[in-house]
Ligand binder design. Structure first.
Ligand code: CIR
Length: 252
């Protein structure tokens, strides 16, 4: 069970972050409303929220997930793969050090938290444009000291591993086509997305509630048929900046 969530409010210059989405500029006021709704959703799942003020030095710093991987036993500060984002981790490191033993990925290793998928005691680490082999090697070695196992997965068609797949409990994974045939995932029940619903792969399981992006009816129906307790969140402004539900918080 998660107890805490770290989130950071969008800054006025949120639209100046990095994106490949081609969906137009996000609207600041709408992003504030959507962020607020997201925070209320986390609270309704029983979480204590640690809300950080915007950091205008870093327009992408709302996507807090990327700067830390938190386990029951330690927090790994990641050294993100986008140099423009390096420095976002400072405040989060300070907060996490009150709760966990701090570990750190060192240059030239890079890891983005969006590439790290934890299922039980195993971590799948995406090798992507942001997470390199050296970063994955360092992360794997840190995790093994805390008795976690890990393995790597190549990420090609999406920004991060969790942009394309997430674990939603009960042995169920939601995935885009790219990851469906990856041998390591065969042991899971894979819910493959219709191609026009690929964005919906990034879901967030918060204790007994599954947060999903609003506007993806095929996935919603499927999950309802599996008896998930679902909360839909409008993510339109974050999608414009390549962000999803997991990116907006660090849960622990
Ligand atoms: C970036 O390109 O770094 C941000 N605009 C989006 C990061 C999204 N984070 C995530 O998927 N974990």
């Amino acid at each position: 069970m998660f107890k805490h969530a770290i989130v950071r409010k969008p800054g006025k210059n949120f639209s100046e972050g990095t994106t490949t989405a081609n969906l137009g500029m996000p609207d600041y006021e709408t992003s504030l409303d959507q962020h607020n709704f997201y925070c209320e959703a986390l609270k309704s799942c029983g979480l204590n929220l640690i809300v950080l003020e915007p950091d205008l030095r870093f327009p992408d710093s709302i996507f807090v997930e990327d700067v830390a991987v938190v386990t029951d036993k330690c927090a790994v500060i990641t050294n993100v793969g986008n140099v423009k984002r390096q420095g976002e981790e400072e405040k989060i490191k300070e907060i996490l050090s009150k709760f966990r033993n701090i570990e750190q990925i060192k240059p030239h290793g890079t890891v983005d938290g969006g590439d790290v998928l934890m299922i039980e005691n195993h971590f799948y680490i995406g090798i992507s444009e942001r997470t390199n082999d050296e970063g994955a090697k360092q992360l794997s070695s840190i995790l093994s000291r805390y008795s976690y196992t890990s393995s790597t997965v190549p990420v090609k068609s999406v920004l991060h591993l969790k942009t394309g797949m997430t674990y939603i409990g009960n042995n169920n994974i939601i995935s885009i086509k790219q990851f469906v045939d990856v041998g390591e995932f065969k042991k899971f029940n894979i819910i493959e997305l219709n191609e026009n619903e690929n964005y919906a792969a990034n879901c967030l399981l918060v204790n007994d509630t599954l947060l999903i992006a609003k506007g993806f009816p095929k996935l919603r129906e499927k999950l309802q048929s599996l008896d998930y307790k679902i909360l839909e969140i409008n993510m339109s402004e974050f999608q414009k900046m390549d962000g999803g539900l997991t990116c907006l918080s660090i849960l622990f």
